[in-house]
Ligand binder design. Sequence first.
Ligand code: SF4
Ligand code: MG
Length: 314
Amino acid sequence: KGIKKYFPIKSGFLRRTTGHVKAVDGVSFQLKKGETLGIVGESGCGKSTTGRMIMRVLEPTEGSILFEGQDIAKMSPGSLRKLRKDFQMVFQDPYSSLNQKMTVRDLIAEPFRIHNQPLSHSEIDGAVCRLLETVGLRTGDRFRHPHEFSGGQRQRIVIARALALNPKLIVADEAVSALDVSIQSQILNLMVDLKREYNLSYIFISHNLAVVKHISDRVGVMYLGNMVELAPKQGLFAQPLHPYTEALLSAAPEPKRIERRERIILQGDVPSPANPPHGCPFHTRCPKAFDRCAMERPALKEVVPDHQVACFLY
Ligand code: SF4
Ligand code: MG
């Protein structure tokens, strides 16, 4: 609810704060249990920062993050630690997120140790074997090291590790972006299967529209630290309402699209989040902008059932 993340800009010899990068500037949305919410947008739009605040890897500057009724944005480190096992994050680069010196067994078992699970050596070994099988790896793989695996297999190891403590929520940030397209769909399908099996909810962050379309139930579109459109997947892809979403979809290569959309070329670059435009954050590039757009910021509101958009055209 209304989450913001402002990073101070420090400059000069005295490192004084001379401004703020408004990475996330007042974003609100809900995630239902068992749902996959895709968050899409160009790099620098604030989607990773949003994911990291939900994980509480980053502290929000403002706003609340309610998880089963508790505000985790204001939770003490102690109570947060207890909740921590319910959230897991899967990042883009499985190579750097796995300690290369550890065996796969120790990597997957590490969450048990961090969270002081009272498990014997053989119970842990059994759990690791089951997790490896769940993600489509062999139990013998537990004695090997991450560098002996391909990118797709490494991401399977990361997912096994994320599942170790039976989480409720997984935030996946560009989880398949570093993989070949054929491997991407294998990992996405695995994640869809695991969601059912483990009763998971996902926040799936990606710049890749095809990936988000494949996995999401609902999709949120971010631009310059704002959520500009939020809708069930079918509605968003069939009938995008926000001019930015329209442009984004028109630029995505999609061979099987029935009705071809005219490609919308946006003028100029995304403005700097250190100096975002007044009014609608998109007005400097919006082909449909009018007077009001430069003066006021449109709020995200429901204009079609379940379909929210932040734009004065509606
Ligand atoms: Fe474009 Fe105005 Fe809508 Fe913003 S509010 S997206 S500038 S039409
Ligand atoms: Mg990112």
